[in-house]
Write a protein that binds this ligand. Structure first.
Ligand SMILES: CCCCCCCC(=O)SCCNC(=O)CCNC(=O)[C@H](O)C(C)(C)COP(=O)(O)OP(=O)(O)OC[C@H]1O[C@@H](n2cnc3c(N)ncnc32)[C@H](O)[C@@H]1OP(=O)(O)O
Length: 199
């Protein structure tokens, strides 16, 4: 990602004890296709790249100078702002495939994201879609803002479950980037959500 992060920052996209078996399985699936370093230190490029994820970046953002010191020190990325451990909210990891211009998110929805009883809140689904597509658009086109996000909710996402999110490039027009996104069950058989985004 283009923003510089301190090497001391915690990377939230690594496996932790709250991850269910599906989350771990899919993580392994993509992680095993990422860059590998041989014993002699030579790096072999992989098909996929795991994207680290930190809970803040504002310290480095130029807009930060206009904000109070309190806000600057307390600002946290929305999807990584819950101190409670154990998969309470957004557990996710993103992988990017530069060659195929695809970005994949594996998302486990925690108990604080409830909307309809037993299922994930539509706003939380929109948030994770914006995160995957927004990150993908940033990788494709540099710093961007979401201009439009159009979402069709096809079937509910069970709370505690894991889903597969895939963002793909539709087209670029000048400084605009258009992406499509699908949220499915991890075996791909069930479509939960479809979206398009303009960045
Ligand atoms: C690490 C985690 C990553 C998470 C990523 C999360 C990303 C986000 O959520 S960003 C936050 C939500 N988004 C925002 O707050 C954006 C608010 N909006 C804006 O800042 C501005 O309206 C912005 C930047 C989208 C467009 O501004 P600006 O470039 O000045 O607009 P303008 O010059 O009128 O339009 C440029 C082009 O975009 C198009 N456009 C503008 N707004 C929209 C829109 N809402 N929908 C579709 N197209 C639009 C225009 O039609 C125009 O197209 P063309 O060049 O073909 O005529």
């Amino acid at each position: 990602l283009p923003l510089p992060f301190s090497s001391k920052s915690r990377d939230f996209s690594l496996p932790n004890s709250s991850w269910n078996s599906e989350m771990k399985r899919l993580y392994e699936h993509y992680n095993s296709q990422c860059e590998v370093e041989s014993e002699d230190g030579e790096k072999q490029k992989g098909l996929w790249r795991r994207l680290p994820s930190y809970n803040r970046s504002l310290k480095y953002a130029t807009g930060g100078v206009y904000l109070s010191k309190l806000i600057q020190s307390k600002a946290r990325l929305f999807t990584r702002n819950i101190k409670e451990q154990g998969g309470a909210a957004f557990e996710y990891v993103l992988f990017n495939n530069e060659e195929e211009q695809r970005c994949v998110g594996i998302f486990q929805a925690g108990h604080l994201l409830e909307g309809p009883p037993g299922n994930v809140h539509g706003g939380a689904i929109a948030t994770i879609i914006d995160t995957v597509t927004g990150t993908h658009a940033t990788l494709l086109s540099g710093t961007v803002m979401t201009a439009n996000l159009n979402i069709n909710y096809r079937s509910p996402i069970p709370l505690g479950g894991t889903v597969h999110i895939e963002s793909s490039l539709d087209r670029k027009e000048g400084r605009k980037t258009f992406l499509s996104c699908r949220v499915t069950s991890t075996d791909g058989s069930k479509l939960h959500t479809e979206a398009t985004g303009d960045f």
